[in-house]
Write a protein that binds this ligand. Sequence first.
Ligand SMILES: O=P(O)(O)O[C@H]1O[C@H](CO)[C@@H](O)[C@H]1O
Ligand SMILES: Nc1nc2[nH]cnc2c(=O)[nH]1
Length: 278
Amino acid sequence: MTPPANDETNGVDNTISALNDSKEYKHYDYSMVNPRNYDDITKVVQSIIAQVGEDKAKSDIVQGHAGKLIFGTIHGKKVICQAGRFHPYEHKMDLALCAMPIRVMDQLGVRTLIVTNAAGGVNKSFHYGDLMLIKDQIFLPGLAGFSPLVGEHDKRYGGPRFVSMHECFDKDLRVLTKDIANRMSMRLMEGVYVMSGGPQYETPAEVRLYHAVGADALGMSTCHEVVVAKQCLMKVNHLEVIDAANKQGGKGVDLISALVKELPPPMSKQETAKLWGY
Ligand SMILES: O=P(O)(O)O[C@H]1O[C@H](CO)[C@@H](O)[C@H]1O
Ligand SMILES: Nc1nc2[nH]cnc2c(=O)[nH]1
């Protein structure tokens, strides 16, 4: 007996078939998940080709998160921007559903993903408002069995069943981002992000635990998106702002814009699969 298709599968198929009616939504190479501050995204996207979704914040829980996909260009590169994200604590820990936009981006051609978030600082040398580049992640819900890859492996979306999470944040993109930040005289930290299920914030004892296991910053998002992107053979780069959700504008936006300008041409899925040994 075939199990019924899950919500994620329906969501991807429905979204793709709705978007595929128009050529405006096809052949994008790059994508950005930029959860907060819709205004920031519109500052980076230089020409908007199309938009779908809601302008208003989609929930009271996570203020400022719109529910929108913006199709546009940044420095002449075709980019899809996801304004707002689905947090597992808003969706009964259905991580596959929460990472569904990444599969939609994959189906529209995206090969390079830039993710941003707001996080709490664990590393004592970090200051309020610092930017951090993620070099690795500790996916606590994933360790406890809440992974977006749990369940049926839908071969239509490709990618391996058992996904290697080594180098899940692309090394070349990190080197490029650090080089750009240096040229812009920006303070850019680098570290390990830990994701909890939330939505409660952490206790002091939990912060000490995270520190002990090597985390530099903490939050309640992102890791499930990165797992799915890795299965889709996308290269991922991730920037976060420490404990200053409303200060994500300004320097973070400037850095992302400069980074998109210098992004190398994307590799095909076949090339990436070969490079990663699949
Ligand atoms: O990770 P983003 O979506 O930026 O949101 C962060 O902000 C919320 C807490 O204020 C949590 O959801 C945390 O993960
Ligand atoms: N302390 C803390 N600060 C945050 N800022 C954004 N997300 C978080 C979080 O999960 N914890």
